[in-house]
Design a protein around this ligand. Sequence first.
Ligand SMILES: *[C@@H]1O[C@H](CO)[C@@H](O)[C@H](O)[C@H]1NC(C)=O
Ligand SMILES: *[C@@H]1O[C@H](CO)[C@@H](O)[C@H](O)[C@H]1NC(C)=O
Length: 610
Amino acid sequence: MSGLEKTSNNFFVRNQTLIAVTALAGVSAVGAYYYYAQQQRGLSGDSSDATGSSDGSSKKKKKSKKNKKKSAGESGEDASNEGAAASSSEKLYPIGEDGLPNIGDEIVEKLSDKEKESWANALKEDGNTEFKAKKYNEAIAYYTAALKIKVDPVFYSNRSACYAALDDHEKVIEDTTAAINIKRDYTKCLLRRATSYEKLEKYGEAMFDLTAVTIDGGFNNKSVESILERVLKKKSINIVEKMMDGSSFDLPSASTIGSFFGAFTPDTNPHGISEESTGADKFLFDAIAQINLNTPEGYDNADSLINQAVEAYDITNLDPVSETAAKASIALEYASAFKFLRNDPTAATIEIEKAIALKPRARTYVYRALVNADKASFTQALADFEEAKRLEPNSADAYYQLGQLHYMSNELQKSEENFKKATELNPENVYAYVQLACIAYKLGNHEDAEAKFKSCKSKFPTSPEVPNYYGEILTDKGQLDLACKQFDTASRLQAALPVFSVGALPLINKAYALSKGGERSPEAEQLLIEACQLDPKSEFARTTLAQIKLQNEDVDEAIKLFEESAQLARTFEEKVQATSFAEATKMQKKIRADPYLSEKINELLRSQFA
Ligand SMILES: *[C@@H]1O[C@H](CO)[C@@H](O)[C@H](O)[C@H]1NC(C)=O
Ligand SMILES: *[C@@H]1O[C@H](CO)[C@@H](O)[C@H](O)[C@H]1NC(C)=O
């Protein structure tokens, strides 16, 4: 969860992207797109990642408890045998001075097949007894002796259990690999090897084994699926941590920035700064003008102009009661906003605190509230809103953003009150009206929502936001044809505007609506390709296109798109999500390249459609 999402007005889009992932995955071939089904389940239930992982670990706990109970039961039956292996006097095979089997090559050569069978079995049984007595090194000696007489995957498996108990994962992998080489669908060994791979942080290898188990089990093993999900997540987190390590923070797509600034009362010439101003004031004036352009280049320019302004104001030498201090505060406020948009909350906090220390205005506190909400410091965020309203009781920005905060925490009543107030104070903020219509819809007042969208449309006839968000609601209601019409209108209005506004959102939304029916849609693909061109920084466009590419078996293209989305995504969680899609797709490719598993999948598919 992050504050920016709360303020970016992509409220339904976000939700919808999650749904899009689900829907597109649903139509893919069984099995082959197994991972998407996985992700889907995670997404559709609850978007919170935290619950997913804690769920996984509690399952694990339960499982290990069950295992313990089982082995306790077994050793109960064998209680009389405890420690018997070493003390029993009558052994088929020779014992060395250490009390362990001592079987030389010459002896083995002389054994008949029948003797080999019974010696090996006896050794295995004695190994099991030692194992139950937790004498793992002794057990290993028995299984090793058994293997000397007969190469049996069970003995490798048994010995690997000892190594697992001793936490010797390299050895576990060696023995389970030997067993699996003999018996490809040896579930116990595949699972054990996966666990060791996971312990050694070889997540890709672990995923391969776990997938093999799920394929062998006909995709019917929920407990393996949850392990797989956990390992996939670990691997993705590893990749994202490396990706973010030392990397700079990029600005998000212009439509995200646009909806962020678009919800604020526009600044033009605070404190009388103008085209004629010089020095720091001129930098600030130009930066604001560039922001008001609402274009990708404008935002890039504004970003660097703001930094120049901050530098030029030289805040260390400012008189805090001067008008210059107030202007410097505004520059710092914008600097903070850009850092915030780059998802660099630490830097954003530093800048906003400097702004507050100088000569803050209401909006300075509103920005700090957003930074605080982003850090989940909601009490502080609420205090900031109070401070903003104290400084400026009619701050439309304070009411609007407070409305957003309540909306995101699902306090719809409070949210509605604040948005209403925001529309009174700033009747030009289209987002506040759209939000009110969405609240009506969320509260189940569908007719009221329709009416609100209608009046919105007559009030803002050229705003692509209105049909775009109305279309999202129609999509949610399943009225896909009507929704597509709204998205077409939104695209047309967007194309006619000099500003970026909703950008590629209507195209993405329409593609989603088109593929919601479950059929492959070449038009959806075309729309998404256009969306990627129109808004090259939109990770939504890429993720959605990637899934269509997957349906068309264009795996390499899908991987590339997922990886690009991971780069573009703003938050850590979103990056992990996109990365896990990429990694899952790579795994799918690896599975497909394996003749044994590939054939298994084909069998499954044939039986599904038989
Ligand atoms: C050895 O393998 C047998 C057969 O799979 C099994 O019943 C036994 O529990 C195994 N022992 C250990 C220690 O894994
Ligand atoms: C399902 O997975 C568990 C391990 O999580 C395993 O013990 C069990 O044998 C698996 N079942 C099948 C049918 O493969």
